[in-house]
Design a protein around this ligand. Structure first.
Ligand code: ARG
Length: 402
């Protein structure tokens, strides 16, 4: 058992069963004080009454921070600019929120005189890594306590029993069938029946998106505007980051767009089945790509595209605050200087199509591409171009022998 001594711990607290039990356990185990900390990243959980609840569980204080704006502006949008999609499928909803939550937790810890931080992430997941790598990067002086890896409680029933025994106030919740994580960008579902990767999710599980077959029979068209790679408007109306993402979540959700069902490789080395709803984020990635298609130079686009999987991997693995990420973020930002324009999307029963793109700084030349015009391009040049490209091909050894 750990023989650390800590005086005051800042705990990432949601008010749910796990973190309520952790709050009490910390006080018992370390004979310390606990400052509860809750980040609002748009999870839509009851934040009202949270400080009272924390205090009645034994917390010295409870700090609630509204991080929604910062989340969308400084984490979600840069990931869209980077085209960051983990394993080609996961839009990183949870992974992007963790470094932000942890950064503010470290700040709160310092401001309230804590010498340690604690979180409720389990020992098998990615979130523990993301929290703790962020603490290492930003506040290495703080001790880190991960109760799930240290205590004797092994399951949810153990937690319930502990709560009952110590009369910890918990809102009577039914046994949760999934592990859920929600914020402005997404909802994730893992565990329960989803652990069998062949088992289809139940329709009632989904919270942000309608089933495609229950979506309206009339398609919806919308236009998303970008300024230097940053989403700035919907249908010509300028919107701030939070309002914009909320609007897109609503529209895409209504039309059943943004569901993903996958098996992913966790950083800790195991495979895990996850189901995600990322309605607005799905639109953002598609629209951004469409605007890039007319505003990015070919070589610049391909260079940025090579960085995208790496960017996604760093986010997923918890290295948001790292030298290599600083480098990638700077490179992505430079790549976006000309990505200004609009894309038109059509949503219909779960499907998303790009139907148009335009830009005041478009690199697309109708005259140059046209089948109907000669303009500015000597077709005879193509003969030499192909001849030189093909020079080495006839002498290639077809036998396959070395
Ligand atoms: N598998 C996803 C990720 O690693 C989602 C994790 C959700 N976290 C949670 N505590 N339920 O980013």
């Amino acid at each position: 058992m750990v023989s650390r001594s800590v005086k005051r711990v800042c705990l990432a607290y949601s008010g749910g069963l796990d973190t309520s039990v952790i709050l009490h356990w910390l006080i018992e185990r370390f004979d310390c004080e606990v400052v509860a900390y809750t980040a609002d990243v748009g999870q839509q959980e009851e934040l009202e009454g949270l400080p009272e609840k924390a205090k009645s569980t034994g917390a010295l204080d409870c700090v609630v921070r509204d991080l929604r704006e910062e989340f969308v502006r400084d984490f979600v949008f840069p990931a869209v600019q980077a085209g960051a999609v983990y394993e080609g499928t996961y839009l990183l909803g949870t992974a992007l929120a963790r470094p932000l939550i942890a950064k503010h937790q470290a700040e709160v810890a310092r401001e309230t005189g804590c010498d340690a931080v604690a979180h409720g992430a389990t020992g098998k997941g990615n979130d523990q890594v993301r929290f703790e790598l962020t603490f290492r990067a930003l506040a290495p002086e703080l001790s880190v306590i991960a109760p799930w890896r240290e205590w004797e409680l092994e399951s949810r029933p153990d937690c319930m029993a502990y709560a009952r025994k110590h009369q910890i106030p918990i809102t009577a919740t039914l046994e949760k069938p999934y592990s859920i994580d929600r914020n402005l960008l997404h909802i994730s579902f893992e565990g329960g029946i989803l652990e069998d990767p062949w088992q289809a999710p139940r329709e009632e599980m989904f919270l942000l998106t309608r089933a495609p077959e229950a979506a309206p029979d009339v398609p919806c068209e919308l236009v998303i505007g970008f300024d230097r790679g940053l989403p700035v408007s919907v249908d010509g109306e300028p919107l701030g980051p939070v309002a914009l993402l909320e609007r897109l979540n609503e529209l895409a959700g209504l039309h059943g767009v943004g569901r993903v069902d996958m098996v992913e490789n966790r950083f800790v080395g195991l495979k895990s089945r996850g189901v995600y709803e990322t309605p607005g984020g799905t639109l953002l990635h598609a629209a951004h790509r469409a605007v890039e298609s007319i505003t990015l130079d070919r070589e610049l686009m391909h260079e940025r595209d090579r960085l995208a999987p790496r960017f996604a991997e760093l986010v997923y693995n918890g290295f948001w605050y790292s030298p290599e990420m600083d480098f990638l973020r700077a490179a992505v930002e430079v790549s976006q200087r000309n990505v200004t324009g609009e894309a038109r999307l059509r949503l219909f029963k779960g499907a998303l199509q790009v139907t148009g793109r335009r830009s005041p700084v478009s690199l697309y030349s109708q005259a140059l591409s046209s089948f109907d015009e000669a303009g500015g391009y000597d077709q005879r040049d193509a003969s030499g171009f192909i001849r030189l490209q093909g020079l080495r091909l006839p002498v290639r050894d077809e036998s396959g022998d070395p």
